[in-house]
Structures are given as C-alpha cells and as structure tokens.
Ligand binder design. Structure first.
Ligand SMILES: [Zn+2]
Length: 164
C-alpha cells in the first residue's frame, strides 16, 4: 500500500493496482485519475517557489495556492505552516510561520474550507505586530519590560498575519 498526501486528502493505492500498470502512459493516467499531481522531478525538487522573508510580503497582494501544517523538528509539540502563493507582481513565493498569527489563520482556513487556503485572496498581503518576550515568564508581553522580572533580558519579536 502506498500513501501520499496531496493537499488535505490522503490517497490510498493498493500495491496490486501499481503492479497492474504496464506502460508509462498508463502509469501517468492512473496516477492523475487518483488525484496525484503528475509533475516533473526538476520542477518538484526545485518546486518553482522562491523562499521569501515574511517582512517582504507586507502590503504585497497575494493569492494563496497551498498550505501545509508540519510538526516542528526543533520544537517538540509545536507546528508550523508552509504557505505557497503568487504575488500580484507574478512572483511564486514560499514562506513558513509557526506563530499565533499566520499559522493559526491557516488552521482556521483549513477547518473552514474543503480546499484549504487554495484560492484565498489576500489583497493587502501580510501585516505584522511587534511583541516583547520575557525569558523568565516564557511568555509574550505587550510592553518592553516585565513587572515580575525587572532584570530579565527582554527580547523583541514580530508576529505576521494575513491582513484581513
Ligand atoms: Zn517575566
């Protein structure tokens, strides 16, 4: 049994079905009929999308094409979203987010729409908000100092959102 994840749908193909394929054309047609996107290795390995910093997508109109949620290898128990989109300037872009911003918005979209983020227009692109982080509290603060830990080294972070 071979499984592959295409978008949100798990496709199951029995080994017998694969064994029954006898030609290149049959194989391509069969996989397409099962819902696989049949594509060239060169395109798939490069994937055709340019990795981009989220800050470079602030106020840049986007149409979302795909988003996946993946378990983080670095932070056990946390997840991040990988989003693929095309900008109004015709750039194919890929970016990831593990925050309470975009990742949570992606989870909401995946829950609401059968096609997930595909076809979602974001006319104002991304927006961001700054936050401060106290290492002692291990939580975000709205201002640059912690009442409980006045000596803690407060760091600054930025959360990105789809502008809605
Ligand atoms: Zn604190």
């Amino acid at each position: 049994m071979a499984d592959a994840e295409t978008g949100n749908t798990m496709i199951t193909i029995e080994r017998d079905e694969l064994s029954a394929l006898t030609s290149f054309d049959d194989a391509v047609a069969f996989l397409a009929s099962k819902g696989y996107e049949v594509g060239e290795a060169a395109d798939l390995l490069g994937d055709g999308f340019t990795s981009i910093e989220k800050k470079d997508l602030v106020n840049v109109p986007l149409v979302l094409l795909d988003a996946t949620i993946t378990d983080s290898k670095d932070h056990i128990g946390s997840q991040f979203a990988v989003i693929r989109a095309i900008t109004a300037t015709d750039m194919r872009v890929r970016f990831s987010d593990g925050s309470t911003g975009i990742k949570e918005q992606v989870l909401s979209l995946l829950a609401k729409r059968p096609g997930g983020v595909r076809g979602v227009l974001v006319p104002r692109g991304l927006t961001s908000s700054e936050y401060f982080f106290c290492p002692n509290c291990e939580s975000a603060l709205s201002e640059g100092k912690c009442e409980e830990h006045p000596k803690a080294k407060i760091s600054k972070g930025e959360t990105f959102y789809f502008a809605v």
